[in-house]
Design a protein around this ligand. Structure first.
Ligand code: SER
Length: 320
C-alpha cells in the first residue's frame, strides 16, 4: 500500500513509520522538519510546508498514494501561544490534504482528531455525539477538520476516517501538547531524577500508550467501510489522575522527585477536556480494544525511556 504521511516527524510518526515499513507499505513523508535519525531508510522524506498546497500537491502528484495519513498539526499548548499559526497549519493544512486527495484520486484520508474537540461541562464518560464546544484554537481547528473531512466524503467520495486520540504516551519527547506532563514524568524522571508537573495532582484526562494508538490507526484504516457507522471515533484506554501517573513512575523509580505546580493557562486547558471517553462505537464497529493500562504501560515504557536517554547522551530530540 502506498501511504503518504504528513507530520510524521512528530510523536506519533516516530512509532508509526517503522511499523508501516515493517508490514511492507511504500511510505513517503511530508514534513517541515528534517529527516530524523533512525527513520527507516525505505521511507522517502520530503520537506515542505503543509500550508502551501503547491508543495503538497507536487508530492502527491508524483508519489500517487492510495492513503493519506494527516498527522501534521500544532497542538493545544503551542496553539494558544501562536493561535494564528495554529489556525493556518491546522485549518489550511487539513483543507490542502483533502484537496490533494480529491485532485489526485487518493482513496482514503486518515485524520488524527483529539479529546480537545470537547469543551467544558460534559459528563464523563463522554460519547461521540455530544455538542463539540472546545475552548482552544487547537480544539476548534480539529472540530473543523472533522467536519471538512465528512464534507469531502459526502461530496467527493473520499473515504474519510479517524480517531479522537487521548493524550499519548511513548518513549519520546512530545512538543506543544498539554497532556505532555504525563510523558515528562517518565522521561525527566529518568533523565534528571525530578519533574514538576504544570497541573494539579487531581487533574484527570484520558491517556493511551502509543502501541495501542498506532494499532488503533492501523485497525481503523483496514476496517471494511460498510462496518463503519461514522467517520470519527472516540477511543479510550485509561484515565489516571496526574497523581496516579506519578505513583506509577515512583513505583519504578523510587528516588524520583515528582512535584506539582499548576500553571493557570495549561490547567484551564486540561480542565476543559473530559475526564474519560466512551468508546462504545469504536468497540462495536471495528472491534477496538486497548491492551495497555497504567501499570502494563509503565512496565513496558520504563526500559524504553532508559534506552532513549542512554542512547543519545541524555538529550533526546524534541519533536515539533
Ligand atoms: N495531546 C494533545 C495536546 O495535549 C491533545 O490531543 O494538545
Amino acid at each position: 500500500m502506498k501511504i503518504l504521511i504528513t507530520g510524521a516527524g512528530g510523536q506519533i510518526g516516530t512509532d508509526l513509520l517503522p511499523i508501516l515499513v515493517g508490514r511492507g507499505d511504500d511510505v513517503a513523508v511530508f514534513d517541515l522538519a528534517p529527516r530524523p535519525d533512525g527513520c527507516p531508510p525505505e521511507v522517502e522524506w520530503v520537506r515542505g510546508d503543509i500550508t502551501y498546497a503547491e508543495e503538497l500537491n507536487t508530492l502527491v502528484a508524483r508519489f500517487r498514494p492510495e492513503r493519506l495519513m494527516h498527522l501534521a498539526a500544532i497542538l493545544s499548548a503551542a496553539g494558544e501561544s501562536i493561535p494564528h499559526r495554529a489556525y493556518r497549519v491546522n485549518m489550511d493544512g487539513t483543507r490542502n490534504v483533502l484537496e490533494a486527495a480529491r485532485l489526485f484520486g487518493v482513496e482514503q484520508v486518515f485524520y488524527t482528531s483529539t479529546i480537545a474537540v470537547f469543551g467544558p461541562g460534559l459528563e464523563a464518560p463522554v460519547g461521540d455525539d455530544v455538542p463539540l464546544q472546545p475552548t482552544t484554537m487547537y480544539g476548534i481547528t480539529k472540530v473543523a477538520g472533522e467536519l471538512l473531512g465528512e464534507y469531502y466524503q459526502t461530496n467527493f467520495g473520499i473515504d474519510f476516517r479517524g480517531v479522537r486520540f487521548p493524550g499519548l504516551i511513548n518513549a519520546g519527547i512530545p512538543g506543544g501538547g498539554t497532556s505532555d506532563y504525563a510523558l515528562f514524568m517518565y522521561v525527566e524522571g529518568v533523565r534528571s531524577g525530578a519533574y514538576e508537573s504544570f497541573c494539579s495532582p487531581e487533574s484527570r484526562i484520558p491517556f493511551m500508550y502509543m502501541p495501542d494508538a498506532v494499532r488503533a490507526m492501523l485497525e481503523l484504516m483496514e476496517a471494511p467501510k460498510a462496518n463503519l457507522g461514522r467517520c470519527i471515533y472516540n477511543i479510550a484506554a485509561m484515565d489516571p489522575t496526574a497523581q496516579a501517573i506519578a505513583d506509577a513512575v515512583k513505583a519504578r523509580l523510587p528516588d524520583v522527585q515528582l512535584t506539582f505546580k499548576s500553571d493557570p493557562a495549561r490547567q484551564a486547558i486540561l480542565d476543559s477536556w473530559p475526564d474519560a471517553l466512551d468508546d462504545t462505537n469504536a468497540r462495536n464497529d471495528w472491534g477496538w480494544a486497548h491492551q495497555y493500562d497504567l501499570e502494563t504501560m509503565s512496565d513496558d515504557l520504563m526500559p524504553q525511556v532508559r534506552a532513549l536517554i542512554g542512547m543519545d547522551g541524555g538529550e533526546p530530540a524534541v519533536h515539533a
